[in-house]
Ligand binder design. Structure first.
Ligand code: CDP
Ligand code: MG
Length: 460
């Protein structure tokens, strides 16, 4: 038996059997390192990149000691955003399938407090929420934490970046001291250590270093001699490679905004992702990017963290990251699932020390080359192939993807192949359509009915 088999763990048989059903073949490195300590009841700090399986580490820890007959909140997971809280709750539900009657509740903003409070009254075993909303419930005394024995801070680095420090501390103070505390993070800034110091007891730290990327991602480094060349460098690289889907990383929010504006005014289909966006703007940006109605996303590391964007053709580093691990994290978003990825980094003379550190970390030579010829700037830009339509109805109105597809293809003008990704949220739905059928698609959706009702649709 391999030492990474789940069956080597002190875990309930049903949970192990379910993991096989879920297609989990063996433990990922962070699971193999962290789970024995977690199941031992220790406080654990775990650091590993996005997508490495951290959710199952705490999910299994929570489920192993859950008492289904006790309808009190026994575990609480804090996440930075609603989107992540929902993903985490969903994953714990899958892991919990073999245990009957497990109640998992998400507590996030954007929906009224009242129904959440009612569900809490009815009894929940596990709550997954954002610090803001958890605080609201504590203030209204609709959430009882006196039986919590497991506390998880997921994406703790991002919660700190988002300014949740005070709320987190206030919440932690409401949880009984005799508890197991786990803290998960993709990076490990100093603030995490100081927080861990006063909310954890003799934590075990497990850290999985980023894999060296050597063979699967082609990396080019481009030399510039003046800061003001960065914008034009990005344009040249986009025109040269013409990616359908690219992310550009900048080190500051201001650069994200300025570069986005610059690319927009030069005809690119581009969106910004940074901390000033509210949840709705962020959701929309992601919807439009992942359904191919925008080709370029400009982001800060903080805003992009935790996002699982697959299949990027190109990553551009507008600035080189200050930390080699962050660099590897950024470029790891291209070349997933066995595809060859491509990353371009723009560097200036004074960043030489960062380049040297990176070269050492990657164990490879880095020789920056000159930018593509500026003749390229005369080439036309290119548009994203799809447009996103927003419909003012969603799950609450019982809309399903099939209703939307049906409405669009009811008349012979539009074929199924003209329609892209359909995403149905609570009160909204989004559908991507090929640009050349945008007008008929809007007409069909606005004039026809779905589930016997009229809906409004508009391009976003
Ligand atoms: O939290 P983190 O970014 O580390 O990753 P995650 O959100 O837990 O995602 C890990 C993905 O790998 C999920 O889709 C899991 O279902 C899957 N997986 C896993 O977590 N563990 C395995 N042993 C196998 C698959
Ligand atoms: Mg995670």
């Amino acid at each position: 038996m391999s030492h990474t088999a789940f069956s080597t763990l002190n875990l309930q048989q049903e949970l192990i059997a379910n993991l096989a059903d879920l297609g989990f073949e063996g433990m990922t490195p962070i699971q193999a390192e962290a789970l024995p300590h977690v199941l031992d009841g220790k406080d654990v700090i775990a650091q590993a990149k996005t997508g490495s399986g951290k959710t199952a580490v705490f999910g299994l820890g929570i489920l192993q000691k859950l008492e289904p007959k006790n309808f009190a909140v026994q575990s609480m997971v804090m996440c930075p955003t609603r989107e992540l809280a929902e993903q985490v709750a969903e994953e714990i539900r899958r892991l919990a399938r073999p245990i009957a009657n497990v109640k998992i509740l998400t507590l996030c903003g954007g929906t009224p407090l009242r129904p959440q409070a009612d569900s809490l009254k009815y009894g929940a075993h596990i709550v997954v929420g954002t610090p803001g909303r958890i605080m609201d419930h504590l203030e209204k005394q609709t959430l009882e934490l006196d039986q919590v024995s497991t506390l998880v801070l997921d994406e703790a680095d991002r919660m700190l970046d988002m300014g949740f420090e005070d709320a987190m501390e206030a919440i932690v103070a409401e949880v009984p001291r005799a508890r197991q505390t786990m803290l998960f993070s993709a990076t490990y800034p100093k603030e995490i250590q100081s927080m861990a110091d006063h909310i954890m007891v003799e934590p075990v730290t497990v850290k999985i270093k980023e894999q060296h990327t050597g063979s699967t991602i082609a990396q080019d480094f481009y030399r510039i001699s003046d800061e003001c060349e960065r914008d034009v460098a990005v344009r040249l690289l986009l025109l040269k490679h013409r990616p359908d889907s690219a992310v550009i990383f900048c080190n500051t929010k201001r650069h994200v905004k300025d570069l986005t504006q610059y690319l927009k005014s030069n005809g690119f289909s581009v969106l910004a992702l940074h901390g000033d966006l509210d949840q709705k703007e962020r959701d929309q940006a992601l919807v439009r990017f992942t359904n191919n109605s925008v080709t370029v996303m400009v982001a800060t590391d903080v805003a992009a963290r935790g996002l699982d964007i697959d299949a990027l053709d190109l990553v551009i580093n507008y600035h080189i990251a200050s930390d080699p691990e962050i660099h590897v994290h950024r470029i790891g978003r291209t070349g997933r699932a066995g595809n060859k990825g491509h990353a371009c980094s723009i560097v200036i003379g004074k960043e030489k020390h960062k380049v040297n550190r990176l070269a050492e970390y990657l164990e490879q030579d880095i020789e920056p080359i000159a930018l593509p010829d500026t003749k390229l700037l005369k080439e036309p830009t290119y548009k994203a192939p799809m447009s996103t339509i927003q419909i003012d109805g969603g799950k609450k109105q019982k809309l399903r993807p099939g209703d939307i597809l049906g409405a669009l293809t009811a008349d012979y003008r539009i074929e199924g192949s003209d329609v892209g990704k359909i995403q149905v949220a609570n009160s909204w739905a989004y559908v991507a359509v090929k640009n050349d059928i945008l007008e008929p698609a809007l007409q069909l959706l606005n004039n026809g009915k779905m589930k016997g009702k009229k809906f409004r649709a508009r391009k976003i």
